[in-house]
Design a protein around this ligand. Structure first.
Ligand SMILES: Cc1cc2nc3c(=O)[nH]c(=O)nc-3n(C[C@H](O)[C@H](O)[C@H](O)COP(=O)(O)OP(=O)(O)OC[C@H]3O[C@@H](n4cnc5c(N)ncnc54)[C@H](O)[C@@H]3O)c2cc1C
Length: 377
């Protein structure tokens, strides 16, 4: 039988390849990837300046090294354009085909498109992989003005990192405080104070009404000048290939507890997948998924189990850790602490904590608190 083919060489694709090789040294394993196939840690993209890293330093291993180390084939700069499930082949953009016995989709997600009046005439950048990051960094001018759209997790990390690098950063977001979906107001306001303290200009409760070359007009009529503009308004799981092949999709590619899609020979992990706990676009769930799926592919019957997994937000101006309650869970925030060091527990109707948010010194409690939270799966 043809071997295992993984589409995608991000943390999902390569973590899975590594886990499979721990269990099976001989199965034929191919990684097909639209990018350069370098192994890198995506979370570092929003912390690279603070750690003094350029593009070369972000690349941990190139595609050839990965191929040799894992005894796999890596087809780099090779885009899959269709999955032919009847013939069990992938159709490639260059007209070629790759056969598979079992297929794993580790396709990641696309940055949500940002459109306002005038945006088509301005180079609005997004950063979701090494290629994007290289392009973005090449366009930065020393001491330049960066307009950042979006005060969510990735936006705030970039804002803090760029400010450390000496960029003059302005942030625009309709939410009244940063990380508006993850933090209760008091903690969000502490974060806003800390970010303002390192020179970041926050325009919260505001949207961009119009963009022109070097100038944004906000919905209150005020103007923000910029040299470069970065949008960080969220990610959308890549489902188009799976949907066109007739696989079940929703927000992501729908998978069961074995990471299996609606086709028994096709699996999905990472940012493109939708588990029973919903899409989980973070590293810790992806690692657990890779381990469980490798065991399944090697012949065991592993079921994905996920404890509550805290996420550290890389904002050195004020350290933040969050463990969000399940979407739509009823409850209320209870907040302890003063100033920068706050602990907020999200308490459900029956008095049981369902999630938390921590700032400053309180972030040290994240692992202990996570043990008290309900499992994700
Ligand atoms: C700036 C930033 C900071 C982050 N920080 C954190 C953090 O601190 N902690 C945390 O837990 N998470 C963080 N995350 C999220 C985490 O990095 C992602 O959840 C994870 O890296 C996703 O990995 P993936 O393999 O699913 O997707 P990706 O890394 O996006 O990989 C997708 C792969 O699929 C390939 N591909 C897509 N379509 C095709 C096609 N048609 N044909 C061939 N190949 C294709 C791509 O080329 C790529 O190789 C961060 C994300 C970003 C953007």
């Amino acid at each position: 039988m043809t071997g295992i083919v993984i589409v995608g060489s991000g943390l999902g694709g390569y973590s899975l390849a590594r886990e499979i090789r721990r269990l099976d040294r001989t199965v034929a394993l191919t990684v097909v990837t639209a990018d350069g196939g370098e192994s890198y840690s995506k979370p570092m993209l929003s912390a690279a300046f603070a750690q003094g890293k350029d593009i070369a330093a972000l690349i941990q291993k190139d595609a050839d090294t990965m191929a040799a180390e894992l005894d796999i084939q890596v087809l780099r700069r090779t885009r899959v354009v269709a999955i032919d499930r009847a013939a069990k082949v992938l159709r490639l953009a260059d007209g070629g085909v790759v056969g598979y016995g079992r297929l794993v989709l580790a396709l990641g997600a696309d940055p949500r498109p940002y459109r306002v009046e005038g945006s088509e005439a301005v180079a609005v950048r997004t950063v979701n992989d090494l290629d994007d990051y290289a392009l973005w960094r090449a366009g930065l001018v020393a001491g330049g003005r960066v307009l950042l759209i979006g005060a969510g997790l990735i936006g705030m990390e970039f804002a803090n990192d760029l400010a450390i690098a000496g960029q003059r950063v302005s942030v625009v977001d309709p939410s009244p405080w940063p990380l508006g979906r993850l933090l209760p107001r008091q903690l969000g306001e502490e974060l806003a104070t800390a970010l303002t303290g390192i020179g970041i200009d926050l325009h919260l409760g505001r949207s961009v009404a119009r963009l022109a070359q070097g100038r944004a007009t906000l919905d209150d009529g005020s103007e923000v000048a910029f040299d470069t503009i970065l949008s960080a308004i969220g990610l959308v799981p890549r489902i188009a290939l799976a949907a066109a092949a007739g696989l079940a999709v929703d927000k992501g590619i729908v998978v069961d507890r074995a990471l299996r899609s609606s086709d028994p020979d096709i699996f999905a992990i990472g940012d493109c997948a939708q588990t029973e706990a919903g899409p989980l676009p973070f590293v810790a769930p992806l690692m657990a998924e890779a381990k469980a799926l490798a065991a399944t592919l090697a012949g065991g019957g592993a079921t994905l189990k996920l404890p509550a997994l805290p996420v550290v937000v890389k904002t050195p101006a004020l350290p933040v850790a969050v463990c969000p309650p399940a979407a739509g869970a009823a409850g209320e925030w209870r907040i302890e602490g003063v100033g920068h060091d706050r602990k907020a527990l999200y308490i459900g109707a029956d008095g049981i904590p369902l999630g938390f948010a921590l700032t400053g010194a309180a972030t040290a409690e994240r692992q202990a608190l996570a043990k008290e939270m309900p499992d994700l799966l």
